[in-house]
Design a protein around this ligand. Structure first.
Ligand code: TIU
Length: 225
């Protein structure tokens, strides 16, 4: 049996061991964290989504040291947009954030473009998995579930952007599939802090209806014991 770790979390401690846990970093792409990307084109201020980069980097470095399985996701579409549902395309365009339109970092939310890729500070290293997802949830139309099951992963430590959209959708999808999820509160952000705070509460309310939440220092404390 590998060592059990216990993180002080809401609504109660989150127990995990290193062999069956993955760190999942959602959509830390330039399109959400740099000027001119999808997030900003939707009318949002990217200050908060940028601000969590050092905190995630810190957790990522510890995860790498401890040998945790690491997954990064990216939201985006094929260059011909054949995997983008018409409703997503139409709503983006209405907001002035046309998926596939040219922006300062290349075509918005299109795979292979500079804006679609993960920010430099969090660049994946060899052995880490990158999941390209067309939807908000990381399980929808991807091979994430089979990859996690093949690795024997049962617990997810989750961060990234945005808390109320792709992070929360992924946690809900994971919870329904039987994965226990801990949202790292300060490793995730929304454009509006209220959306972030509300999401944290929605996850841990009702005895942990979708999962657990904790600041990353509680995870790091547990791992250093
Ligand atoms: N708009 C918004 O808040 N988020 C997204 O569209 N995608 C993710 O959350 N990654």
């Amino acid at each position: 049996m590998s060592k059990q770790f216990s993180v002080k979390a809401k609504p109660y401690n989150f127990e995990f061991n290193l062999d069956s846990t993955a760190l999942v970093i959602i959509d830390m792409q330039r399109d959400f964290c740099a000027p001119g990307g999808f997030g900003e084109k939707l009318g949002n201020d990217i200050t908060l989504t940028r601000s969590i980069i050092p905190t995630i980097k810190n957790v990522l470095e510890v995860a790498r040291e401890k040998g945790l399985f690491v997954v990064h996701t990216r939201e985006g579409h094929r260059p011909d947009l054949s995997d983008c549902p018409p409703n997503k395309l139409a709503r983006g365009r209405k907001q002035g954030a046309g998926i596939g339109d040219e922006g300062p970092m290349g075509r918005i939310l299109v795979r292979g473009e500079y804006g679609h890729d993960i920010v430099d500070e969090l660049t994946p290293v060899e052995g880490e998995v990158i999941i390209d997802k067309p939807g908000k949830g990381a399980f929808f139309q991807t091979d994430l579930e089979i990859i996690l099951r093949n690795k024997g992963i049962t617990n997810l430590l989750v961060g990234g952007v945005t808390t109320h959209v792709c992070v929360q959708t992924t946690i809900r999808e994971a919870n329904d599939r039987g994965f226990d999820c801990l949202l790292l509160e300060d490793c995730s952000a929304a454009f509006d802090p209220k959306d972030h705070e509300d999401s944290i509460r929605m996850i841990h309310q009702q005895g942990g209806i979708f999962g657990w939440t904790a600041p990353s220092k509680n995870l790091l404390e547990a791992l250093s014991e």
